[in-house]
Design a protein around this ligand. Structure first.
Ligand code: UT7
Length: 325
């Protein structure tokens, strides 16, 4: 029986031009290139220019995705922007993207699930497209974590970067088998018992300030691999696919050690892993669409490929998706 699937039409990304290297950070805090590379795999990250907003970067990424999909912005009727660093508390940064694209129909809203935001956004968008309420959507991840970092805290300031990525999804009738194109399955999880392990120490309702990112890195690390692999196994069970069937593994880019350990535990071959953490650092909700755009641009990911996405972050939140490109 045929069914509606959310099929990827294209993707695009944007990185601010300013590159911040480990060597520069080592001049500001007690750290070293060697420590950062060994513990995280990060060599450099991007930092947004003064006045460059999350919505500005999201708009660049959205335009790149529309160009890649070869479609007009006016055919988009849904914009979901995953971010934990919105321009303002409200309105949603997504409406600035909508206005920037000249769209006055349909709907636009932000979604916040920290580093898992893109997977949560993909799931939300997939659900809305499959109801028939919307036809074509932009799912965007855009972050300016540089604005919420404590630049004197070496345990966090070396880890994060700024950037944006976007994917265009379209509701299409597909045969209704696991060979279909589009989002085949998405699995979301959260567990608020861990909410104090990775958080921002401010907010409108609590302190009336924006606050700074705080993390018990070792604690997050301890849970990351098992949470990621559990939810990926859920995605495999739901489809009957296994690690051998995956063409590309596009994980959230927090730490190369977490990515490699997760792939190893799942039995995913190292050559199937798409890695950008070395150049981007952890861009939270933007990391997966940034990595997807990289691998699409250099023709690693091609139409028909089976792509596995996963993310884990503050909350804790975590999730995985299987998408046939
Ligand atoms: O995006 C989603 C969520 N975030 C993550 O997934 C991040 C998860 N956590 C991690 O990636 C790792 O835990 C870190 C990269 C944050 C830290 O690596 P680690 O191997 O867990 O190191 P650690 O926290 O156990 O610290 C080891 C040592 C400590 O010194 P002592 O206590 O052993 O004397 C730290 O104080 O390294 C020290 N350290 C540093 N040294 C140089 C911490 N940060 C730095 C630094 N430079 N930047």
């Amino acid at each position: 029986m045929t069914m509606q699937r959310s099929v990827v039409l294209g993707c695009g990304s944007y990185l601010p031009s300013r590159v911040l290297t480990n060597q520069e950070l080592a001049r500001a805090v007690e750290t070293s290139d060697e420590w950062i590379v060994q513990r995280t795999g990060i060599h450099e990250r991007r930092v947004a220019a003064a006045g460059e907003l999350t919505s500005d970067m999201a708009l660049h990424a959205a335009r790149a995705a529309l160009a890649n999909a070869k479609i007009d912005a006016q055919s988009i009727d849904l914009i979901v922007l995953a971010t934990s660093t919105p321009d303002q508390t409200f309105p949603a940064s997504a409406v600035s993207v909508q206005a920037g694209l000249g769209i006055t129909h349909g709907a636009a809203f932000d979604l916040q699930a920290v580093c898992s935001g893109f997977v949560f956004g993909l799931a939300t968008t997939d659900g809305l497209l499959r109801t028939g309420a919307f036809k074509r959507a932009l799912v965007i991840g855009s972050e300016t974590f540089s604005r919420i970092l404590d630049w004197s805290d070496r345990t966090t300031c070396v880890l994060f970067g700024d950037g944006a990525g976007a994917v265009v999804l379209e509701a299409q009738e597909q045969p209704g088998t696991r060979e279909d194109r589009g989002v085949l399955t998405v699995h979301l999880r959260s567990d608020g018992r861990h909410k104090n392990k990775l958080y921002v120490d401010g907010g409108p309702s609590s302190t009336q300030t924006v606050g700074h990112l705080r993390m018990e890195g070792r604690e997050v690390f301890k849970h990351a691999v098992s949470m990621i692999t559990d939810v990926v196994v859920d995605a495999f069970k739901a489809t009957g696919y296994t690690a051998n069937d995956i063409d590309w593994f596009v994980p959230h880019q927090a730490n190369k050690r977490i990515i490699d350990a997760s792939a190893h535990k799942l039995g995913i071959a190292p050559e199937k892993i798409v890695t950008t953490v070395d150049r981007h650092g952890n861009t939270s909700a933007a990391s997966i669409p940034l990595a997807l755009s990289d691998a699409v641009a250099d023709r690693r990911i091609k139409r028909g490929n089976l792509v596995l996405l996963e993310a884990m972050g503050g909350g804790f939140t975590w999730g995985a998706a299987l998408v046939r490109w």
